[in-house]
Design a binder for this molecule. Sequence first.
Ligand SMILES: *Cc1c(COP(=O)(O)O)cnc(C)c1O
Length: 377
Amino acid sequence: MKGDHAYTELAASPVCGLTPYEPGKPPEELEREYGVSDALKLASNENPFGVPASVRDAIEGAIDNVRLYPDGAGFALRGALAEHLGINPDQLTLGNGSNDILVLLAESFLTAGTSAVYDQYSFVVYRLAVQATGAEARVSASNPAVHEQPLGHDLDAMLALVDESTRLVFIANPNNPTGTWVDGESLKVFLRALPEHVIVAVDEAYYEYAVGDGYPDTLTWLDEFPNLVILRTFSKVYGLAGLRVGYGISHPGIAELLNRVRQPFNVNNVGQAAAVQALTEQGWIEHCKAENRRCMDGMRAGLEGLGISCLPSRGNFLLAHVGQQAAECNEYLLRQGVIVRPVANYGLHEYLRITVGAEQDVARLLRVLTDFKEQAA
Ligand SMILES: *Cc1c(COP(=O)(O)O)cnc(C)c1O
């Protein structure tokens, strides 16, 4: 098309180096492209059990208000969250998903001449958010494949990359796509060693799945570490990925800065209403967590039975080591209507990331993989 080549020359230089985020394939797209029906998506770590009836009702109730702008201050949701978490509302920043908070952090603290640190195999959005600002991205080497937390964050390696120019460090806990985590003890040692001018974003998108058993209780650390920003979301166990609601928890001074760059109406009114109601459904959340644990155990055992080992995981997904046939296996799964997530874009060519589905989803996945192994043999 006329003008195609010219616009990259006009673009802000950090934007020229960006490559767009590759989302999990939507089921409708697979059905269109492959002519399959009944596609099963295990590619974006969504909750297979969805939301309880009261949250559906809250969403329906909010539809009457869609002609109105949402409450830009998110008064009801911030109040409900503050009470749920035992914090002050002025410590909260609401985001259009926690992805939004990651971008707000980058916009607030990074510019050309500063640097940010993240792990080689950590959530790809950190790279995108940092690169767009023109700041220097310092990428630390992950743990080796043979390790207690294989391919997980090496906090010492991260610390070694921090200097005067560093404003932000991103820690995904647990990490996506690996599922690995850092324990409370190690994280605290890391935070104590870090200079005060460095903001640490601890991304706890899978917090509800991960909590307990050595997992850090970062919420109680904010007094000791005012440079800590905790990120959580309603997209994963709360089952509201499509409504885009996430939040940051921090020192009020950091929240105030993030709110300066935040779009005034970044969280829509249906999302706010759904999230407020979802917080009251803790019994449902416990149910989803227990089912996830049970189905993940079954999935891991089934995969291992097929000779596919998986990394340890504190999330609702497994990083499966398929081997050199990973791309071929992914293609086979797609043709059978099962969408998982290739992670070659992370440099993990031999792996597939697979969301833990409900029991029947895991059974279908394992059936298709069994067929794949048989036809490949
Ligand atoms: C899913 C995910 C998020 C963010 O999701 P939102 O839908 O934007 O809240 C953030 N970090 C990690 C590590 C994730 O896996």
